[in-house]
Design a binder for this molecule. Structure first.
Ligand SMILES: Cc1cc2nc3c(=O)[nH]c(=O)nc-3n(C[C@H](O)[C@H](O)[C@H](O)COP(=O)(O)OP(=O)(O)OC[C@H]3O[C@@H](n4cnc5c(N)ncnc54)[C@H](O)[C@@H]3O)c2cc1C
Length: 498
């Protein structure tokens, strides 16, 4: 059987490779690192996490990304197996030891008999001999390949900015001022209820900090970058401060659900949280503190925060440019380029956003490509599932504006707004919301209780529909190709103690 070529061994490319070989189809995975790196990657490891070490909420019942985790686990995801095996405490979030995670993915792929890993940069469109290709080169796709892709799509790639947050050495944080506590003592699946380091600010300290942020010297844009907007879920902290002096207190610095044990009678006016970044617990990242302040300014301004006066920074924040296709226009329903169907795209370059979403789209691209190679018809997941909702956003769920101007398709994290409303679900036997009565008060559910009930109903419907879809795909594969079995792959080994 001819191999499927995957370009890019990041989150999406690694997951796609795993899904394909577990369907008995060989893969050549082309990764340009370590010989050629990007502005953000630091290692030669596959699936390197370039910024935060968090896969975000692991709450599968009330959070769309938690639901995506669960769906991926059910679909035999390598990224989730390696993430679960390398988890570090983070309350209700799934955070991982980044080195252990990347090593687990690299080892699982490198040791698979159907995978060849080729360490080379692909600089142009692959030869016609490669009849099935997945391009998963991510937000930092190397320039020559980006140029080649732009040429074949006939469009300019749209770009925007993300900013990354600083990481601090734990032993440089003054714990006579700071303290360990998760918001509302929430333990979550892998936490203790005391997973975050909290630094309190009183009102004068907060005002001084905001003034310093507003006056801080920033990295300036190149001329060609000035019209590039920010992704709203990842605004630099100084840009948030510009939107209003109180914006940070209602965002990453909100003081709720936390009590300062050093001064229990005094309610902090604002709080900076730091989350464990490695298994050893020696590094902590500043939650929500992505920034484009100049490096010297970051050190000066962040040391104003109580508890961080002597902070030593393992990494400072920075900026990066993102590249993604106008996917609703350019890609078909199974992520193939309409103009050249032997090219399929996966990961952030398709216009999803985030580690988990990128891996999930890699999972789907891998399954679609493998089904095609096996002579089966690729089946897309129902839009009621998190995978299907995300795919629908990328491949057509988005409504184009009719006005002239910049195109309106923007990268998106998975969220419940992408799911079809409950009442219109044709397939699910689950109750629709208006009939969900009685558990709280009399009559229909209201407010936050109703919102939570709605999420539970959406997630229950999603998992029912996902299981049915996966079961049908498995049955079709077994029927069409009884001699090429489909498996979920070997388990990822537990990390060795350090
Ligand atoms: C600086 C930065 C910070 C981010 N912070 C976060 C965050 O905190 N949380 C979050 O969820 N997401 C974050 N993201 C988004 C995150 O990168 C993506 O969500 C995710 O890594 C994308 O997965 P991917 O597989 O599409 O791309 P990547 O994981 O970037 O993988 C792409 C791979 O392709 C390789 N490659 C590129 N060009 C070529 C070529 N021509 N030939 C061969 N190989 C090539 C690269 O070396 C890389 O290994 C951040 C992104 C950046 C750039």
């Amino acid at each position: 059987m001819q191999p499927i070529h995957i370009i890019g061994g990041g989150l999406a490319g690694s997951e796609a490779a795993w899904q394909i070989v577990n369907r008995g189809v060989p893969v050549v995975l082309h990764e340009m690192r370590p010989a050629q790196s990007t502005a953000a990657h630091k290692t030669g490891g596959l699936a390197e996490l370039v910024c935060s070490n968090s896969f975000r909420s692991d709450d599968r019942d009330h959070n769309a990304v938690g639901l995506l985790h669960e769906e991926m686990r059910r679909l035999g995801s390598l990224v989730m197996r390696a993430g679960d095996a390398n988890q570090v405490p983070a309350g209700g979030a799934l955070a991982v030891d980044r080195d252990g995670f990347s090593l687990a993915v690299t080892q699982a792929l490198a040791s698979h008999p159907l995978i060849e890993i080729s360490r080379n940069e692909i600089t142009e469109l692959p030869p016609a001999l490669w009849d099935s290709i997945i391009i998963a080169t991510g937000p930092l796709t190397s320039a020559p390949l980006a140029t080649a892709i732009r040429a074949v799509t006939g469009e300019d790639a749209l770009a925007f900015f993300d900013a990354i947050a600083p990481i601090i050495h734990r032993d440089s944080i003054d714990m006579s001022v700071a303290w360990f506590q998760s918001r509302y003592d929430h333990a979550g699946p892998g936490g203790t209820g005391a997973d975050y380091i909290n630094c309190p600010l009183d009102r004068p300290q907060y005002e001084v900090f905001v003034d310093a942020l507003l006056a801080g010297d920033r990295v300036s844009f190149h001329e060609w970058e000035t019209a590039t907007p920010y992704f709203d879920g990842c605004l630099p902290i100084e840009v948030m401060a510009e939107r209003g002096r109180e914006t940070l207190r209602f965002g990453p610095m909100k003081p709720v659900g936390l009590t300062d044990p050093h001064r229990p009678g005094i309610k902090p006016y604002a709080i900076v949280q730091l989350r464990q970044d490695n298994r050893l617990g020696t590094l902590f990242n500043m939650v929500g503190f992505q920034t484009k302040l100049k490096h010297a300014e970051q050190v000066r301004i962040f040391r104003v925060i109580p508890g961080l006066e002597h902070a030593e920074f393992a990494r400072l924040g920075g900026l990066h440019r993102n590249t993604f296709l106008n996917a609703p226009k350019l890609l078909d329903g199974t992520l193939r380029l309409k103009a050249m169907p032997r090219l399929r795209f996966a990961g952030q370059i398709t216009g999803c956003e985030g580690y988990v979403e990128s891996a999930a789209i890699g999972l789907l691209a891998g399954r679609f490509a493998a089904a095609e190679r096996r002579g089966e018809t690729p089946q897309v997941p129902p839009p009621t599932t998190a995978h299907g909702a995300l795919l629908a956003h990328i491949t057509g769920g988005h409504v184009e504006t009719i006005d002239a101007g910049p195109r309106s398709f923007q990268p998106m994290n998975v969220n419940f707004g992408l799911f079809p409303p409950l009442a219109t679900s044709p397939s699910s036997p689950l109750p629709t919301l208006p009939r969900m009565r009685g558990r709280v008060g009399r009559g229909e559910l209201r407010g936050a209780v109703k919102a939570m009930a709605k999420r539970r109903a959406l997630t229950a419907r999603a998992l029912t529909d996902l299981d049915a879809w996966a079961g049908a795909a498995m049955a079709a594969a077994t029927q069409t190709n009884p001699l090429i079995p489909v498996s979920e792959g070997a388990p990822v080994p537990e990390p060795s103690p350090r």
